[in-house]
Design a protein around this ligand. Structure first.
Ligand SMILES: NC(=O)C1=CN([C@@H]2O[C@H](COP(=O)(O)OP(=O)(O)OC[C@H]3O[C@@H](n4cnc5c(N)ncnc54)[C@H](O)[C@@H]3O)[C@@H](O)[C@H]2O)[C@@H](O)CC1
Ligand SMILES: [K+]
Length: 538
């Protein structure tokens, strides 16, 4: 599991070490320099003579940058440090000076925030940036509050603009967090550095896991500075499950199990207008491995489900989990079986699409139950607007998904899995999970219906907390998409294994060399068993 800690916890963990005189900044700076060297080598950049620009702010983050500048200058790089404050870390500055780093004070003249035009005082530093192979961002770390102001904001805006126009392609390494992000949250308050690599100290920060901020960080390297134990004693409000965590909570059947102990999933999914959702949710649940799927929707859709999956049962009966709403239109009346499941505290629920309107208005009605809502941003906007009173736009949610998912848990009393390129799961009063396991190929009709089925099967088969199972479902769904996109070979028979052991586990992102192939929602469901095998075999 990855854990992310707020700035306050990081400061509390480092305080005793700093008081004891441990050289934390030296360790941090050494780790940054080592990461820069390693990444430069990976890119085939000759180190001696390579030009690096360090952007140094006035706090300790700037101190890390200046000490790192000194290390790199001693390794033969040509290093310039842009000093963005009149006063920067004094020892760091002295070390940089001793090592022959060129010091470039940056005037704040005319740089009052982002005006769309580089401020006049920025011309010298931009000229150095244009020539540099490497930019090291040490403007601010966990000390930043609000968007980047003044000369720093104007400089980052100008640098981003140059990169966007693709005139430049420097290696960008951020120290601790890309400057401009507030380390405790996923929202991006203004201009922020876009890093290729972020070297983060002591522990991960929420901004490095949460969308949209996390996309600015590139690859994240954690350097614990010897404080991992001190930090582990503190609560981590944002987490990410890894494959091993999913293996730990996966319901693997034992010799004493039978189909009822493995879990029965009821499906109220699909309608005459959207019958395919019934098939896809069934596929998701069956491929995840449950004891039985009971399909309880309309007859036409039931025939399609049976044609694809003869193992599905259409008779009513006991279920441990119920999936309500995929493929059901907004405003559809509450079917009787859904009404019963909504008041039966023994039944876990997955509530999606049209089913979201069936929830009780009193958030305490679901207290103590395992209930997961699975909206996308548009559905969440609608739910928040109807429940919360004030209109909430989809774009507002996309600017801070974790915050709005948490708001939805307060309004409904349920766990909320908000689907997106990064999926966030918020639980009433609890940890937020942020899962980034998928690929853009997953954004295809019916993909969410498969996810609802996967989650239904997990809730039926395991007693683990709903939030963890929701995060596990997102991980498996994401990896199944990756696996399918990687192994699709153009046959109509579904994904076929190609014997590559890494591919078979669905691990790792697709990349520029192998961006994968288009997939359908059926492909995602079909890939789930391979992904589960890969996860359990580790
Ligand atoms: N205390 C230590 O010895 C250690 C500190 N570390 C580093 O120190 C950082 C924390 O240091 P600080 O607490 O000094 O804070 P930071 O250096 O993160 O940020 C403070 C600086 O940012 C400026 N700033 C704040 N808000 C701003 C805004 N909205 N616009 C423009 N500038 C703004 C401040 O004026 C100040 O110069 C960590 O992120 C980490 O990089 C690590 O080296 C570990 C050891
Ligand atoms: K930084």
């Amino acid at each position: 599991m990855r854990h992310a800690y707020p700035a306050e916890a990081i400061r509390a963990a480092e305080a005793p070490a700093l008081a004891a005189g441990e050289p934390l900044m030296e360790r941090a700076a050494y780790a940054v320099a080592a990461a820069v060297v390693a990444e430069a080598r990976r890119r085939g950049l000759a180190l001696v003579g390579a030009r690096a620009l360090v952007l140094a702010g006035g706090g300790n983050n700037g101190g890390d940058g200046l000490f790192a500048a000194a290390h790199l200058a001693r390794r033969g790089l040509v290093v310039t440090a842009a000093l963005l404050r009149e006063r920067v870390h004094p020892e760091g500055l002295a070390a940089a000076r001793r090592a022959g780093v060129r010091l470039l004070p940056v005037s704040g003249d005319g740089a009052q925030g982002h005006t769309g035009m580089p401020a006049p005082g920025l011309a010298p530093v931009l000229a150095v940036a244009d020539d540099a192979d490497i930019w090291i961002d040490a403007i601010a770390g966990i000390g930043l509050t609000g968007g980047l102001r003044g000369v720093s904001g104007a400089l980052v805006a100008a640098l981003n603009e140059r990169r966007e126009r693709s005139i430049l392609d420097p290696l960008v390494v951020a120290i601790d967090v890309p400057s401009g992000l507030e380390s405790d949250v996923g929202a991006v308050p203004g201009e922020a550095v876009r890093a290729d690599v972020t070297v983060t100290m002591i522990g991960l920060k929420p901004a490095l896991l949460l969308p949209p901020a996390a996309a600015r960080a590139g690859r994240v390297e954690l350097v614990d500075l010897g404080l991992a134990e001190a930090l582990a004693a503190r609560p981590a409000p944002v987490r990410r499950l890894l494959g091993v965590d999913v293996a730990d909570l996966w319901p693997v059947p034992g010799p004493a199990d039978h189909k009822y102990t493995r879990g029965v999933v009821g499906l109220l999914a699909g309608s005459d207008a959207y019958p395919g959702a019934a098939v896809l949710a069934s596929s998701g649940a069956l491929r995840t491995g449950c004891g039985m799927v009971r399909y309880l929707g309309p007859e036409g859709a039931a025939r399609m489900v049976l044609a694809r999956h003869p193992e599905v049962v259409t008779a009513a009966g006991r279920v441990q989990a119920m999936v309500l709403g995929p493929g059901i239109a907004v405003g559809a009346p509450v079917p009787e079986s859904a009404g019963r499941a909504l008041v039966d505290s023994e039944v876990a629920l997955v509530v999606d699409a049209g089913g979201l309107d069936w929830l009780p208005t009193d958030p305490t009605a679901l207290a103590g139950r395992r209930v997961v809502l699975t909206p996308h941003a548009g559905e969440l906007a609608r739910l928040l607007t109807t429940r919360g009173g004030d209109p909430v736009e989809r774009s507002t949610i996309e600017a801070d998904p974790a915050r709005w998912a948490q708001r939805a848990t307060e309004l409904t009393g349920a766990t909320v899995l908000l689907k997106g390129a990064v999926t966030v799961v918020a639980q009433p009063g609890g940890t937020v999970f942020s899962q980034s396991d998928g690929t853009g190929w997953l954004a295809t009709a019916g993909s969410g219906d498969v996810l609802a089925g996967i989650l239904g099967a997990l809730l039926a088969g395991s007693d683990a907390p709903a939030g963890e199972l929701a995060a596990a479902a997102a991980l498996v769904h994401g990896r199944a998409g990756v696996w399918a996109a990687r192994n699709r070979r153009g046959s109509e028979g579904g994904p076929s294994p190609v014997g590559d052991p890494v591919s078979a586990t669905g691990r790792g992102p697709l990349d520029d060399r192998d961006p994968g192939a288009p997939i359908t929602a059926s492909d995602i469901a079909a890939a789930v068993p391979e992904v589960v095998r890969g996860i359990l075999a580790h």
